[in-house]
Write a protein that binds this ligand. Structure first.
Ligand code: G3P
Length: 219
């Protein structure tokens, strides 16, 4: 399972890249707005900077809700950098835009996916990635990770090559469950990435080793 960072914050992305585990980045309008990015122009600059730091796929999302608007924005976003992927929502209009853009060779990340049917249709329309929103399903009392597991199983059964990106990740246990469910990718907030590596027993162990070493040196 590959790890993507779900953020538009460059410092977070640079740090994750230094850790050697980062294989891609996902952004969305909310994450961009959180970083003070407003307007397509500054979104482009930010995404291009991210694309310079990270080799893997960088997802940037369209803002239009109608087919022609999504297609035009998608074509524009796809020119920003060679590794940019266009994020399109799982709506009927989005499906049509996905199929048009995919036929032009533009890579799509189907976002805001909440059902296996949406995922199947997006995959058939040519999406390269599909992003089930685990946390938001959990928030509604559904089992978000079961959707990830179902997608993995059905895509394998029918040899669908669309990658499953477990998204809307809220805590480290989601990452463990995504790995067990067979997700191709998990896209994590920076805080969760740090939590994945943290274990209190490791901290206690390091402190104890140092204490024991100091005792010997002083003796
Ligand atoms: O990857 C999707 C993500 O950005 C949504 O996360 O926490 O807003 O549901 P969240």
């Amino acid at each position: 399972m590959l790890i993507f960072l779900d953020t538009a914050n460059l410092e977070e992305i640079r740090h994750a890249a230094r850790l050697g585990v980062l294989r891609g980045v996902t952004t969305n309008p909310s994450l961009a707005a959180k970083e003070g990015i407003g307007g397509l122009g500054s979104y482009r600059v930010a995404v291009q900077e991210i694309a310079r730091v990270v080799d893997g796929p960088i997802s940037a999302e369209v803002l239009s809700t109608h087919v022609q608007g999504m297609v035009e924005e998608g074509r524009e976003i796809a020119t920003w950098a060679p590794n940019v992927v266009v994020k399109i929502p799982s709506t009927l209009q989005g499906l049509e835009a996905m199929s048009t853009l995919a036929r032009e060779g533009i890579r799509i990340n189907q976002t805001l996916c909440f059902s296996l049917n949406q995922a199947l249709l997006g995959a058939l329309a040519g999406a390269s990635f599909v992003s089930p929103f685990v946390g938001r399903l959990d928030d509604e009392g559904h089992d978000g990770m079961q959707l990830v597991a179902d997608m993995v199983q059905v895509f394998q059964k029918y040899r669908i090559t669309t990658k499953v990106v477990a998204a809307s990740i809220r805590h480290p246990l989601h990452c463990v469950a995504a790995a067990k469910a067979g997700a191709d990718i998990v896209t994590v907030p920076y805080k969760v990435l740090l939590q994945m590596m943290h274990h209190p027993l490791t901290d206690v162990g390091v402190a104890r080793f140092l204490q024991d070493w100091e005792k010997t040196v002083k003796a």
